[in-house]
Ligand binder design. Structure first.
Ligand code: ADP
Ligand code: MG
Length: 351
């Protein structure tokens, strides 16, 4: 949906920030851009809404050169969240959220309902907070307003440049959770810059790892972790605080080997030994089958970290549990998968 074709950016002082970069952001995905400071993340981001123009190459949105769009329409259709909380200090929270919808001439009534909806989405009570000034909110709350302000006019694309890096770890974790669940509902195309691998793994549908203006590996979190293309990627993955914070969907089994349909179960076309899971025809979890008996077992939310998953496995003693996203069964995870993964991730001396 957003396509970079042979894009190079050289700043007037001669610094080449991007070198002949090619990639595609897919509709509805969250692409996490990650890499060391100075590798060109912000430059990449700002070229999407034309705050920076490429020196060479082409950027397209929906297969159309972004230069062919009216610049105001282009920017209204792209929400932008910055690292530094950039709310207008003299305006109330509701006025801050209303900026772009008002430029788009939304009706007052629609706008008011939208503000309520957005504030609820990120756990801010509209009655309590609408009329406040930014300075009357905590840093975490202000950044939440920054996020919903970018969403307010329902843009197709959202750019987030290290939006949580100025926050304390608790607000940061809460906002990551918010973004994850928001994204499951709204399915926007999001480009999310971070220098934190834990954050990239937790949020990205795909991760684009950059170094010195070039893409080193653009891949799913699973592939990045399990099949790094070189030692730079390996080191970056290794920079995580701990593999125990990896989300279950990063290492879950997606092949469906351990999943049968409820139909297959009801007509007896399933093994009578071992443990596997059932999927209903609407894609939801249909429970587990253990040695031929159908049972209800706990579900792992796709964003749950391994530390919490292990605690569940230890409590319930099942060999394998279903992984769900929203209400869909998306994979399975066994205790053994976790052990093998943690073993592969631990430093030599710890084994
Ligand atoms: P990141 O966001 O990954 O930290 P940037 O995209 O901000 O990286 O910067 C990439 C490179 O371009 C860096 O070497 C940076 O110093 C340089 N750079 C960024 N903006 C400018 C500018 N306006 N003029 C000259 N060099 C710049
Ligand atoms: Mg930057």
């Amino acid at each position: 949906m957003i396509t970079f074709k042979d894009v190079t950016k050289t700043y007037p002082d001669g610094t080449t920030a991007l070198k002949d970069v090619n990639f595609d952001v897919r509709e509805g995905e969250l692409l996490a851009l990650i890499g060391p400071s100075g590798c060109g993340k912000t430059t990449t981001m700002k070229m999407i809404n034309r705050l920076i123009e490429p020196t060479e190459g082409l950027i397209e949105i929906h297969n159309k050169d972004i230069k062919e769009y009216n610049i105001h329409e282009l920017r209204w259709n792209i929400g932008y969240v910055l690292q530094e909380i950039a709310l207008f200090p003299h305006m109330t929270i509701e006025e801050n959220i209303a900026v772009v919808p008002e430029m788009k001439k939304w009706k007052k009534k629609d706008l008011s309902a939208r503000i309520d909806e957005l504030m609820h989405m990120v756990g801010l009570d509209p009655d309590k907070h609408r009329k406040r000034k930014p300075s009357e909110l905590s840093g975490g709350q202000q950044q939440r307003v920054g996020v919903i302000r970018a969403l307010a006019a329902d843009p197709e694309i959202i750019l987030m440049d290290e939006p949580f890096s100025a926050l304390d770890p608790i607000s940061r974790e809460q906002l990551q959770k918010d973004i994850r669940s928001l994204q499951q509902e709204i399915k926007k195309t999001i480009v999310f810059v971070t220098h934190d691998m834990d954050e990239a793994l937790a949020l990205g549908d795909r991760i684009c790892l950059m170094k010195e203006g070039e893409i080193v590996q653009l891949d799913t979190p699973q592939n990045l972790v399990l099949n790094p293309v070189n030692s730079f990627v390996e080191d970056f993955i290794g920079s995580r605080k701990t593999p125990w914070q990896t989300a279950v969907d990063v290492i879950m089994e997606q092949s469906g080997d351990a999943v049968y349909s409820v139909d297959d179960y009801e007509s007896g076309r399933v093994p009578t030994h071992g443990m596997f899971h059932l999927r209903k025809s609407d894609g939801t979890n249909g429970g587990a089958v253990i040695d031929g008996r159908r049972e209800v077992v706990p579900e792992l939310d796709n964003g749950m970290v391994l530390k919490d998953a292990v605690a569940l496995f230890e409590k319930h003693k099942y060999d394998s549990l279903p992984v769900v996203r929203g209400n869909k069964l998306i994979g399975t995870l066994s205790y053994k998968d976790i052990v093998l993964f943690l073993k592969s991730q631990s430093k030599e001396e710890e084994v």
